[in-house]
Design a protein around this ligand. Structure first.
Ligand SMILES: *Cc1c(COP(=O)(O)O)cnc(C)c1O
Length: 366
């Protein structure tokens, strides 16, 4: 048999075996930054203090890796409950990042014609996970200039599409804004299924829908440790009524959070001021970066309640490449959505990183 025929037969088998939606999908692309300044993924730019990391290393050296992790991460869950001051009637479920929790939601609700709905542009994983779990995805455009919720369009879509789940990133990624409180409440009150308020940027926004949990028993809140400074630990949180979270927990793979991650997260949570201090530095850099961008000729920048800024230039792909050539990686959004024409997104870095970005930007817009 020729190599060609063997290849054809494998392709034929693959077409028969792998679902069409998977064959049509493209893997999530994460660019390799090389040695560039990395301002593309909303990471906290500061590592933990060296003395703290050494202590952590000694603690982790004592961990028994021959044993499985605690399947329910009980001690970490308890530490997080205390850190969040969660009332006893709210349950907490941990995921391998909040991405995994979004996936659990998709897996729990999927079926023919089941729809997940989100405003657009928003966090791309809502669409990708909907498609991967066999749900329908429906996007509702935000308002054109300020990226506020288009409440009439949302209500019409909710009425027509009867979504099992509505996702609201609050603040929204990649636009950086907070939707109005009353608009979110209007959506929650109209939704026939679950509403998930994704507070990934909570640390930088200073507001939360957690206090509204007792009012709405179909409301769930997502949080994550990623944007706070622990992206490498992959720890996401889902908060809401026990009756819902119990269902998702059945689909969670046991041991989804490794022992090293559970222990490291607990150690770091015992020193909240470490991360709080970094957050306040990021907030003051956000203000400075916003002011500098606002003063730059040819740049339109939006205010932000997050650790990133969305801005528009005349030719985003050229500027993006120009920045890459000058050693700075940010996020190219042009082409991803109609409302993001010529838009770029930069994560707030250290003062030095932000200066390198600003210099490179000025240089390539000259
Ligand atoms: C980054 C991000 C997440 C994903 O967080 P992980 O916990 O790292 O999986 C979720 N939602 C939004 C809106 C985000 O921007």
């Amino acid at each position: 048999m020729t190599r060609r025929r063997a290849g054809d037969r494998r392709a034929h088998r693959l077409d028969r075996i792998i679902r069409p939606a998977v064959r049509a999908a493209r893997a999530y692309q994460v660019p390799d930054p090389g040695d560039r300044v990395k301002l593309d993924a909303m990471e906290n730019p500061w590592p933990l203090p060296a003395a703290f990391r050494e202590r952590l290393a000694r603690t982790l050296a004592g961990v028994l890796l021959n044993r499985y992790p605690d399947p329910a991460a009980r001690r970490l869950t308890q530490s997080l409950r205390e850190a969040l001051a969660l009332p006893a009637d709210q349950a907490l479920l941990l995921g391998n990042g909040s991405d995994e929790l979004i996936q659990l939601i998709g897996l729990a609700v999927t079926g023919p014609g089941v729809t997940l709905l989100a405003p657009e542009p928003s966090f791309v994983m809502y669409r990708l996970i909907a498609e991967a779990t066999g749900c329908r995805y429906y996007g509702v455009e935000l308002n054109e200039n300020d990226f506020a919720l288009d409440v009439d369009a949302m209500l019409a879509a909710i009425e027509r599409e009867q979504p099992a789940v509505v996702f609201l990133a609050w603040p929204n990624n990649p636009t950086g804004n907070l939707f109005a409180d009353k608009d979110i409440r209007t959506v929650i009150e109209a939704a026939p299924g679950l509403v998930v308020v994704d507070e990934a940027y909570h640390a930088f926004a200073g507001v939360s829908f957690m206090p509204a949990l007792p009012e709405y028993d179909h409301l769930l809140i997502l949080r994550t440790l990623s944007k706070l400074g622990l992206a490498g630990l992959r720890i996401g949180l889902m908060i809401g009524a026990k009756a819902w979270l119990e269902q998702f927990d059945k689909l969670r793979l046991p041991y989804n959070i490794g022992t090293l991650n559970q222990i490291a997260a607990r150690e770091i949570l015992a020193w909240p001021e470490l991360l709080e201090d970094q957050v306040s530095r990021i907030l003051s850099e956000r203000q400075r970066l916003l002011a500098e961008l606002a003063e730059s000729a040819g740049v339109e920048v939006w205010p932000s309640a997050t650790n990133f800024l969305l801005f528009r230039v005349a030719r985003a792909p050229t500027v993006f490449q120009g920045l890459l050539d000058r050693g700075v990686l940010i996020k190219q959004l042009h082409g991803s959505h109609r409302l993001l024409e010529n838009c770029l997104r930069v994560t707030v870095g250290t003062p030095e990183e932000n200066n390198r970005f600003l210099e490179a930007l000025r240089d390539c817009m000259r």
